[in-house]
Every structure is written in C-alpha cells, then in structure tokens.
Design a protein around this ligand. Structure first.
Ligand SMILES: [Zn+2]
Length: 457
C-alpha cells in the first residue's frame, strides 16, 4: 500500500482538543495516519514512491461520516415535492415496490459517488425495501460501495407491518418476520467485518414504528446483540409518528424504543426531532446516538431537532444526508452549514454564539458521526494511529479565497471543491474528479434506472 503525504495545508484535526494548524502535514502509511503536525512532513523512510500532495491554500479535515441514507432513493428524486412525511411515503412506496438489484445498484453507485465527490469517506445506509423478486438488493449496494471505494455501514432494514396490520406501507412491500430474521442473519454472516480497518460493517434496521411490529424490533435487537452488530431505525421524526405511537402503544416514540430495549450504546436513531427533556436524558444516560438530518427535516417540514440539548446532555450526535428523495442535494458537506443554521433558528435566544458554530458543526460531521457508527477509535479525526480517511478542500477559488478562517470558509461558504479525497490513504477523488468510476456513465445509468422505475405501471 503506497504512502500519502499532504503538506502546506491548513489542518483541522478535530481531535478532542480541537487542534488546528495554519500550515502543516498529514502522512498516511499502509492505510493509517503516521504523522500529523505543523510545518513540512518528516522524512518518510523507505518510501521513494510516496504520493506527495501540495495543499497550499487548502484545508485538510477528516473525511466526513454520513450516518443516515437510503441510497435507493437517488433515482426517485424530485417527487412528492410538497408533501409531509406520511403523504410523501404513501406516494413513493408504490414506486419503490418496483426496485430490483439492477436499479438499486445504479442508484447506490450514483449516491455513493456523489458522497465521495462532496467529502464523505464513510457512509451508513438504511435499506428496508425488499420487493419480492427484486434479487439481491443488499448485495447490489455492497458491490457499489466496493466499486466507489467508500467505507460502508449498510443495514439490513425491514418492514413487516403493512396496511392490513395497521401500518402505513402497502402490503406488497412488507416481508414476513421469519424471512426478515433469516435474511438479517445471512447478511451478518456473509458481510460483517469487525476489524479495525474494516470497509464493511453490517447493522440491523427495522424501518420505523409505523411500518414495523414490536416483535420485529425485539427480535432484531436480540439477533444484533448476539452477533455484536449495531441497531438503527427512524425515531421521533414527526408529530404524526408521535400521534401514531400514542394511539397504538400508549407512549411516545422514545418511550416505545426504551420499552423495547432500543436505547443503548449500540443503537443509533435517525432524526429524533421530537424529544422531551426526559427522552434527551435517557439518550445521554444510555449512550444512544442520533443521526441529525437537518435538510430532510426542513424539506418534509418535520421540525428542528434539539441537537444543542442532546450535545449538552452528553448524547452522541452525527449528521446524515437522509435519502435523496427527501434531500435531493445529497451532500454531507452542506449539512455542516444546515445543522448550524437549524440550530440557530431553533434557539430561543437570539444570540448565535449560544447555538452551534462552524467548528461544532464540523465535529458533528466527523467525530460525531464516527461515534454514532461505533467507529470513533478508527475514524473521525486526524490522529496518529487512526485510518487515513481525509478530505483536502481546495479553498483557492472565488467561492472561498478571501475568507481568512479556513474552517469558516468550509462551513459558511459554498460547498468547496476537493483537491483530494482519500480512504485509507487511497485516492478516490483527485482535483474534483472521481477516480473509481466514470461519473457521466453513472449519471446515464441513474437516469435509465429512474425511468425504468417510473415507466412500469
Ligand atoms: Zn431516513
């Protein structure tokens, strides 16, 4: 494995002390960071073939970590434009019911390539639509991640509560509980790699309280804990969901999750917009993670999550783009700014200094995400011994050059082009160009897949 040296760049390590360098270096050898600090890089022994990148005018950050996505939605963007969550889902379920491994593969390559081009080195995915006869959908997205070259944390998702059982999804997109558990076991056995350098970890992820039975939640948690894999679901996204839980289970979504054993350090939950003070305390006490999806919550009018309160309580929080059908731009770098802005819109005080700032937002998108995915020992900050996942943002252009503070340029400014994106020291994007696939071919494949889904009646 070759050696990568980045030097003359501003560095935001996002370590616990928030160490930054105005001009410094990062060295990655055999996939791991071996040096980071101010000034020129130390001489790297025995590596005459080291790849040396001049980062003058650029900022190095840890690669961004995306904690919530539905990659299949990349080919169902721009639909149900003015609907709230339940209406949006009801409009989209019949289209998603036509997914196949081929259309999902195209969508996953497109969505992952776009994440790479916008600074992301690790992504989770929550895939829960498994139409009968659709083929190996989970395998298709895993193959896509291998091709694009991102570290991947897909979840074997599920729905078993269709309309006839009082749920929201149509019956043709839900599965039987036993089939789900067998497929979940199979996904763990075939794919889960718990190693430090792992490119692929599996999680289990029943979809949401209104599409999943309590039995499936409990049995998925038991299976995941038996194998040491993480648990994920949507929770407390909308007031409609809260009303559903109160009517069906007699408690709030957070209380429901708690009763089912679904709060804990091995659980991360998407959205968590509507949380009471006591729920926030429980999240902090149990180490339950939140995937904050600010743009999606705005797109669907779901509300503002209480991120500052969760952080103040000590609960882990990361950022997510969410599925591209409810967040068409799909760029995690934009979520840095969005999370900061939403936090300021939410604040009762009019003083922005009491809300998230640029560095806090960068922390959410890096170390926060790593913590939420259970990988804080390996990724999320630029420290010796961690994996060589980094983004080198080019701030030399018109969009950023006059902003003296590089972190402010990245977070407050427009999405910055990438001079380099590396995963384990291997370049995935260089000078804005995706190296692992032909971007134009991906776009054509996504357009064809989208038309295929829309044309079948
Ligand atoms: Zn979602």
């Amino acid at each position: 494995m070759s050696t990568l040296v980045v030097q003359n760049a501003a560095i935001a390590t996002v370590d616990a002390a928030g160490t930054e360098y105005e001009a410094g270096h990062v060295v990655v050898e055999s996939g791991r960071i071996t040096a980071v600090g101010p000034g020129p890089a130390p001489r790297v022994e025995g590596t005459a073939g080291a790849r040396v990148v001049d980062g003058t005018g650029c900022l190095v950050t840890p690669g961004l970590v995306n904690t919530h996505h539905h990659l299949y939605q990349w080919i169902t963007r721009g639909l149900a434009q003015d609907a709230a969550l339940f209406g949006w889902l009801v409009e989209l379920y019949p289209i998603w019911a036509r997914l196949t491994e081929d259309t999902l593969g195209a969508a996953a390559r497109g969505g992952l390539a776009w994440l790479a081009k916008t600074g992301c080195t690790t992504s989770a995915d929550h895939h829960y639509v498994f139409p009968r006869g659709g083929g190996d959908l989970l395998g298709a997205e895993i193959e896509a991640a291998r091709q694009i070259g991102l570290r991947f944390q897909p979840t074997r998702g599920s729905m078993d509560r269709g309309v006839s059982d009082g749920g929201l999804p149509p019956d043709e997109v839900v599965e039987r509980l036993d089939d789900i558990l067998a497929a979940s076991q199979d996904a763990i056995t075939r794919y889960h790699d718990p190693s430090f350098d792992s490119m692929l970890r599996i999680g289990l992820a029943p979809c949401s309280p209104f599409s999943v039975s309590s039995d499936l939640m409990v049995q998925s948690a038991s299976l995941a804990r038996e194998h040491g894999v993480r648990l994920h679901t949507h929770l407390a996204e909308t007031l409609d969901e809260e009303s559903f839980c109160l009517a069906t289970h007699g408690c709030t979504p957070a209380e429901y999750a708690d009763k089912l054993g679904w709060l804990g350090p091995d659980v991360w939950l998407a959205h968590c917009v509507h949380l009471s003070d006591s729920a926030i305390r429980r999240f902090a006490d149990t180490g339950t993670g939140t995937a904050h999806c600010a743009s999606s919550n705005a797109r669907l009018g779901s509300g503002h999550a209480r991120i500052k309160d969760l952080l103040a309580a000590g609960a882990p929080v990361g950022l997510g783009v969410d599925g591209a059908a409810s967040q068409e731009s799909g760029m995690l770098v934009e979520e840095l700014r969005q999370s900061m802005y939403i936090s300021r819109l939410r604040a009762l005080s009019s003083d922005p200094a009491e809300s998230l700032n640029a560095r806090a937002a960068l922390r959410l998108g890096t170390t926060g995400g790593a913590q939420v995915l259970g990988r804080e020992a390996e990724i999320g900050s630029l420290e010796v011994g961690k994996l060589g996942d980094l983004a080198l943002w080019d701030l030399n252009g018109l969009g950023h050059a006059d902003i003296a503070d590089p972190v402010a340029a990245l977070v407050f400014g427009p999405p910055a082009p990438l001079k380099l994106l590396a995963v384990g020291g291997s370049p995935v994007v260089r000078d804005g160009v995706l190296l692992t696939a032909d971007e134009d071919a991906l776009a054509r494949a996504c357009r064809t897949a989208a038309r295929t889904l829309m044309e079948v009646s």
